[in-house]
Design a protein around this ligand. Structure first.
Ligand SMILES: Nc1ncnc2c1ncn2[C@@H]1O[C@H](COP(=O)(O)OP(=O)(O)OP(=O)(O)O)[C@@H](O)[C@H]1O
Ligand SMILES: [Mg+2]
Length: 688
């Protein structure tokens, strides 16, 4: 990549080295590209790699930027660049110079759970909700750079005053533990640089040039830190888009954009107007939506990529139907454009919990995917626990599954016993399960231990028998519930979790899993657009077999070619050729909790989120909305999001006709799968 691939405005931003520079421009206009190119420019101007700091919003974005930089400037220089988030830069400053604040080099960093437990302790409460609300409030204060004393003065009611008092005690405890929380990773370096001339001089000398991506989502403390780092030399470039400011709820403030020209009168502001990412249809929809918000910086964004495909509106009957339609869309696009990869697709949603149904549908279709910026349903501890049992039913020689099942929930079989069993099985080349009933095992184990193991073994054999004969949804479900009761799994979750709410949520996941599995036992009858497909009823063991295969496929595939599932927040800065925006309904996007008020400011931030979502798409965009949706386990009527009307799709819209599309898709996909199987068979033959 060379500078030839920059337009004049981008070039101006890259070449402006005389002072501070702000690139303010819409999505996909090449702001991030300006940053990487500017790094190359700085190196060519004689800046040392170690003296250039580029600050990104997430760790993942840092990694990507480093890769791109290496590509441009070579591995050595690429490695030496200081590319990090504000937080990891903060860690670095504190490790080197935290001693001026009384911090040892090896201080610890508390994660959110640690913070909660310190807060419970400091505030003398066991109530999780109270501790959470303190955590939230204290974090917001810290992001506004308020000390506990200032917070107390600032507190506007009894609740806030209580939080400020807890904040004081919380801070004292952190000092005593030599620990810092995430907010301190910004706040403490700032305090250090503001109060210690030597440290400030050192860091200003070390970092000769600073570049900041996603500037619109910095908070007040980060801005102050940036100011301290660049000092009066003010050698920095910030790039951002006020229309993509989506972290206001976490204390990010658009004020930082307004302050910049005031604090740095010599600031050069460069707008970019050409969008290189999206087709005309997508860009128009994005501009229409964001046009509804009040403007901070006027912007025009145009694209040379042509009108492209119209945007597809999908109206789904419910969440499962929505997921099926998304899967069908992926299959259909791949079938008609054979060079398309799975990694060309992203499914974006507002809230993490929306991922699960998509995961299940993708698994069923054997499409590889990864859940980014959140945990996969199938990676949740409770689901992995249950899957280990199912795997063991299918294949008793699966040692890892055996080990997990025999210890989850705990049944008095200790590590020592299992250690002996493992040695024994290795010696005799048996699986652990096979070893259970070996005569000679008696010699190595106490009769109590042996009894426990035998009991477990017999239970598995019996459960396998019953699973083989539990055919259909009702029987499958009944057997699973019986099994969970036999092993007291719900109690196990309660014992494991201090927090009752979490235990209840985990049990809820278990029930969802039971529903999902038993539905498979029932055989599926799905009717879409007049086509009815029916798969036969199966036994629980058959379904367990399919799940085992799917699980092992998923484990093997640590590959790159995967559909991405991610929240809108985590999708910032990224792009995909094909995007599905899911659950575009009132209540979901804009999001509204039951006792929550949707203020105009909130709607504006949600609208920016919608804008971020639309602008991730390069070639095709499907917006899907639910006619009925689940809310607190009840089904309610789904109202399309106001943002759909704001897209003004009238001319450029197709409504997906499920009947035609589905039929065509199934035929194409089947033909393609058959051709590929044939090719593989031929290749195997040739090899022989
Ligand atoms: N001058 C250019 N010529 C061709 N392609 C470009 C040019 N500038 C940027 N691009 C491409 O356009 C796409 C968007 O660029 P980039 O990600 O830098 O935009 P951005 O402004 O940072 O977007 P976002 O606001 O979403 O973060 C990328 O695929 C990038 O490689
Ligand atoms: Mg970007």
């Amino acid at each position: 990549m060379s500078e030839a691939l920059l337009n004049p405005a981008q070039l101006a931003a890259v070449h402006h080295l005389a002072g501070p520079c702000l690139v303010i421009a819409g999505a996909g206009s090449g702001k991030t590209r300006v940053i990487t190119q500017k790094i190359a420019k700085l190196l060519s101007e004689g800046y040392r790699a170690k003296s250039i700091a580029a600050i990104t919003f997430t760790n993942k974005a840092s990694q990507e930027m480093r890769e791109r930089a290496k590509h441009l400037v070579g591995n050595k220089a690429g490695q030496d660049l200081l590319i990090s988030t504000f937080h990891s830069l903060g860690v670095r400053i504190l490790r080197e110079d935290g001693r001026h604040l009384g911090l040892k080099e090896q201080f610890s960093i508390l994660d959110s759970d640690d913070v909660l437990s310190v807060l419970r302790d400091a505030g003398g409460t066991t109530d999780a909700a109270t501790a959470k609300s303190w955590q939230w409030t204290i974090s917001l204060w810290k992001n506004q750079n308020l000390s506990p004393q200032q917070a107390l003065a600032y507190a506007k009611d009894d609740m806030e005053r209580a939080a400020a008092v807890v904040m004081q005690r919380y801070q004292e405890r952190l000092t005593a533990y030599q620990a810092v929380d995430f907010d301190d990773l910004i706040g403490m370096p700032l305090r250090l640089l503001q109060t210690n001339d030597e440290a400030r001089g050192k860091w200003q000398e070390t970092l000769r040039y600073v570049l900041v991506d996603e500037y619109q989502d910095t908070n007040a403390v980060q801005y102050e830190l940036l100011k301290c780092l660049v000092g009066t030399r003010a050698m920095f470039t910030a790039v951002g888009d006020d229309d993509q400011s989506i972290y206001g709820w976490r204390g990010a403030t658009i004020e930082n954009l307004k302050k910049l020209p005031v604090d740095f009168p010599q600031l050069k502001i460069i707008p970019l107007e050409q969008n290189y990412r999206s087709t005309g249809a997508i860009l128009r929809a994005a501009n229409n939506v964001i046009g509804t918000n009040p403007k901070l910086f006027a912007k025009t964004l145009w694209s040379e990529l042509g009108e492209g495909d119209p945007i597809t509106l999908v109206e789904a009957d419910g969440e499962e139907h929505e997921a099926e339609r998304a899967v069908a869309r992926i299959q259909s696009i791949i079938a008609s454009h054979p060079t398309t990869k799975f990694s060309d697709f992203a499914i974006l949603y507002r809230a993490n919990h929306q991922a699960r149904i998509f995961e299940q549908a993708l698994r069923r279709a054997e499409i590889p995917y990864k859940v980014s910026g959140g945990q996969s349903f199938f990676d949740k501890t409770e689901i992995k626990d249950l899957c280990s049992w199912l795997r063991l039913l299918v294949n008793q020689d699966d040692d890892p599954a055996f080990l997990r099942a025999v210890t989850t929930p705990k049944r008095g079989i200790g590590h020592q016993t299992l250690g002996h069993l493992s040695e024994f099985s290795a010696k005799w080349k048996l699986s652990m399960f096979e070893s259970l009933f070996a005569e000679s095992l008696k010699a190595t184990l106490s009769s109590k231990a042996l009894h426990g193991l035998h009991e477990f073994g017999r239970y598995i054999v019996d459960l396998e028998y019953r699973a083989r004969h539990a055919v259909g949804a009702e029987e499958g479900k009944a057997l699973m519930m019986e099994w969970l009761k036999d092993i007291s799994y719900e109690q196990h979750l309660i014992d494991q979790e201090d927090n009752e709410k979490v235990a209840v949520a985990r049990w809820g996941n278990v029930l969802d899993f039971v529903d999902w599995v038993s539905k498979r036992c029932g055989g599926e009858i799905s009717t879409e657009g007049g086509i009815t497909t029916e798969s036969p009823r199966q036994s629980l063991l058959d379904v367990a077999q399919t799940i085992s295969v799917i699980l092992s496929l998923a484990e093997r595939k640590e590959e790159q070619d995967q559909v991405v599932l991610t929240t809108l927040h985590a999708s910032k800065g990224l792009e995909w050729p094909h995007v599905v925006l899911a659950g575009v309904n009132e209540g979901l996007l804009p999001f509204k909790a039951d006792n929550d008020e949707l203020t105009p400011q909130r709607v504006e931030e949600e609208r920016r989120l919608m804008y971020v979502g639309i602008t991730r798409a390069r070639r095709t965009l499907a917006v899907s909305t639910l006619r009925r949706r689940k809310k607190n386990r009840e089904t309610v009527v789904g109202v399309p999001s106001r943002f759909i009307a704001e897209m003004k799709l009238d001319e450029g819209l197709v409504k997906e006709d499920p009947r035609e599309k589905l039929k065509r898709m199934r035929e194409q996909f089947a033909a393609k799968a058959a051709a590929s199987a044939e090719k593989q068979a031929q290749a195997a033959k040739d090899e022989r």
